[in-house]
Design a protein around this ligand. Structure first.
Ligand SMILES: [Zn+2]
Length: 108
């Protein structure tokens, strides 16, 4: 697995899927990797849950300042976790998304 130091993205490709940079290095267990964009409420509760399990995560406020021209909803975070926790946290997000989708279907 490769790692783009500029974007904090772990990828299997030879170049970064986000910035196209080709100078990637091998990812380390302790590198913080971008997982997903999450809304603020979800991000805060996820951080609590992860900390309870001794998993470090970083939430970067997103959608303000220089990023506001992307027209994404404000009040969101970019979620980063260490590479060794990446699969686990992705799985949590998948399950959470599935729950949210099921929930919204039921309410219609
Ligand atoms: Zn990149």
């Amino acid at each position: 697995m490769n790692f783009c130091e500029r974007c904090n993205i772990a990828c299997s490709d030879e170049k970064c899927p986000k910035c196209g940079r080709k100078k990637l290095r091998a990812v380390n267990e302790d590198d913080f990797c971008l997982v997903a964009q999450v809304d603020r409420f979800f991000g805060d509760s996820l951080k609590d849950n992860l900390e309870n399990e001794n998993i470090e995560c970083v939430l970067m406020p997103y959608g303000t300042g220089v990023n506001s021209n992307f027209a994404l909803p404000l009040e969101s975070y970019l979620l980063y976790v260490r590479y060794k926790n990446l699969d686990y946290v992705r799985q949590i997000l998948k399950e959470a998304n599935a729950t949210i989708k099921r929930g919204s279907k039921c309410s219609k």
